[in-house]
Design a protein around this ligand. Structure first.
Ligand code: NAP
Length: 496
């Protein structure tokens, strides 16, 4: 076997002497560094250059992480809201100091353009800040017991208690902010976390665990275990002392987790094939200017990337022309190049997949307006028009730099086309007609609907999550905390 990157293999075992030239990032368990005898090389996806060495967790490491997290969970549970918020705010200050290091790490290991990696670091600051605020706000409420005859003479409240140990499993495409969306709320609510980052992007997670330790988080309250998702995932999902799995990633893995998790809480943030409706009365310049970055940011590897566009018949031709002109002018290059807007996909095999799905659509009758070429792991931004809806590039999650633009005559036809999807994360409409906007908002079956915006919009405090195959549960610190706590009722009978 060669050491070339292959399908779904982002980190490969390497002979030890070859791991000496890049920095080592050991796992962090119980506040201490842990190596194993299986080093893995993390590579820059754009050109395959080695970037770092991490270590594959053994079953002993995983068990150690569970035990460390259990001990820390009792410490976290006893901490006051003020103490937990103070740690999160200290972490916030440290992240503000270290954000450029994080941005460069994100960009290198995920292949994301540096300017987007910087934006991700800024968003992670915001997620952390909102988590600290929620630590202060975390509260139950009074229960009006005497509203029922059986409750007369009683006063009651419910409180929210932490679950204990939570396993957070995260994808490669936003290695910092999606981790923060799990870690921030979990710690704010008084839990301990075992974090399993994507094999392509473990270094960001390890730097984050180090940062939290520097901020004064008790050892064991955040543990990071690295290595292949299958074996580590199954261990965490089936371990009886882990109370919740918070997962972001593909529907395939999400369904596997759900089927094995038993009585654990499970939140799943999964994929989408996001749709946009563009009505003839819309501000066309504004729609194009929003849709192009919405489709090609992070080379289309965003769960809410603009993938399916439905433009009204009378403006379809003009929309396609303007959209394609902007898409084809996006600078393509190395992720650390300050000017690059589109870079590589996470692996070359992913680039092959996207190109073959484009080819399949063209063979089925779609028109390739621009792009679609491939060099290594990089795919030129592609625009398709009149795409048969049953082709994979339309019907499944493309997760690459490609958008398809179809046409509609009546709004209800467009709404039906948007809903013709196994997914339901976010969708949007561009129109100046408020009746049309709210008709679509009511009828499109998604977790979030945006008006005069792209579905690729996430502001970090908003409730975020999907319906259908896009998942269950909501994130955004306030909403994640609801998932990460359990309600306990306390009632007392008032004498006299
Ligand atoms: P993925 O292949 O599903 O991997 C996600 C995580 O799951 C990784 O840490 C992976 O580890 C781990 N994993 C793999 N097999 C597992 C198993 N059997 N049990 C438990 N964990 C396992 O997804 P990805 O390719 O990294 O990310 C892309 C997907 O994430 C897309 O579908 C995208 O839409 C979705 N996503 C959704 C959201 C959202 O908020 N809804 C946000 C971002 C991304 P390894 O890396 O070691 O395999």
């Amino acid at each position: 076997m060669g050491w070339a990157l292959s399908e779904k293999v982002y980190c490969v075992p390497v002979p030890f002497f070859l791991t000496m030239s890049v920095p080592e990032h050991p796992m962090i368990i119980g506040g201490a560094e842990h190596r194993s005898d299986t080093p893995l090389t993390v590579r820059i996806p754009y050109d395959g250059q080695p970037f770092a060495t991490v270590f594959a967790a053994s079953q002993q490491h995983l068990q150690l992480a569970v035990e460390a997290a259990q001990r820390a969970a009792s410490v976290m549970r006893e901490m006051s809201r003020a103490e937990r918020a103070a740690i999160l705010l200290r972490a916030h200050a440290l992240l503000a100091e270290r954000k450029e290091t994080f941005a460069r790490t994100i960009s290198s290991e995920s292949g994301k353009p540096l300017r987007e990696a910087r934006a991700e670091a800024e968003r992670a600051l915001s997620t952390l800040f909102f988590s600290a605020e929620e630590a202060h706000r975390l509260a139950g409420e009074e229960v009006p017991m005497d509203a029922a005859p059986a409750g007369a003479g009683r006063m009651a409240m419910f409180i929210r208690e932490p679950l204990g140990v939570i396993a957070a499993i995260t994808p490669f495409n936003f290695p910092l902010n999606l981790s923060m969306h799990k870690i921030g709320p979990a710690l704010a609510a008084g839990n301990a976390v075992i974090h399993k980052p994507a094999s392509a992007t473990p270094v960001t997670a390890l730097l984050l665990a180090r940062l939290f330790l520097d901020a004064g988080l008790p050892p064991g309250a955040l543990n990071v275990v690295t290595g292949p998702g299958g074996s580590i995932g199954d261990f965490l999902v089936e371990h009886p002392d882990i109370r919740m799995i918070t997962f972001t990633g593909s529907a395939e893995v999400g369904l596997r987790i759900r089927s094995r998790a038993g009585m654990k809480r499970v939140t799943l943030e999964l994929g989408n094939n996001s749709a946009v409706i563009v009505c003839a009365d819309a501000d066309l310049d504004g729609a194009v200017a929003r849709c192009v970055p919405g489709a090609y940011a992070n080379s289309g590897q965003v769960c809410i990337s603009v993938q399916r566009i439905f433009a009204e018949e009378s403006i379809h031709g003009e929309f396609v022309e303007r959209f394609a002109a902007q898409a084809s002018s996006l600078p393509v290059g190395h992720p650390l190049d300050e000017d690059a807007a589109v870079t590589s996909l996470i692996t070359e095999s992913e680039a092959h997949r996207v190109v073959s799905w484009i080819g399949e659509a063209v063979e089925s009758g779609a028109r390739l307006v621009t792009g679609g070429g491939r060099q290594g792991a990089t795919v030129q931004p592609a625009v398709l028009a009149d795409v048969p809806p049953q082709t994979r590039i339309f019907a499944q999650e493309a997760f690459g730099p490609v958008a398809g633009i179809n046409r509609f005559r009546e709004l209800d036809e467009a709404i039906a086309a948007v809903n013709d999807s196994p997914y339901g994360l976010q969708a949007s409409i561009f129109t100046r007609d408020i009746e049309k906007a709210f008709r679509a908002a009511r009828r499109v079956h998604v977790g979030g609907f945006l008006i005069n915006d792209v579905p690729q919009l996430r502001v970090d405090q908003m409730p975020y999550g999907g319906v259908k195959l896009s998942g269950t549960g909501r994130e955004g610190p306030r909403f994640a905390i609801e998932e990460m706590t359990e309600i306990k009722l306390i009632s007392w009978r008032v004498e006299g």
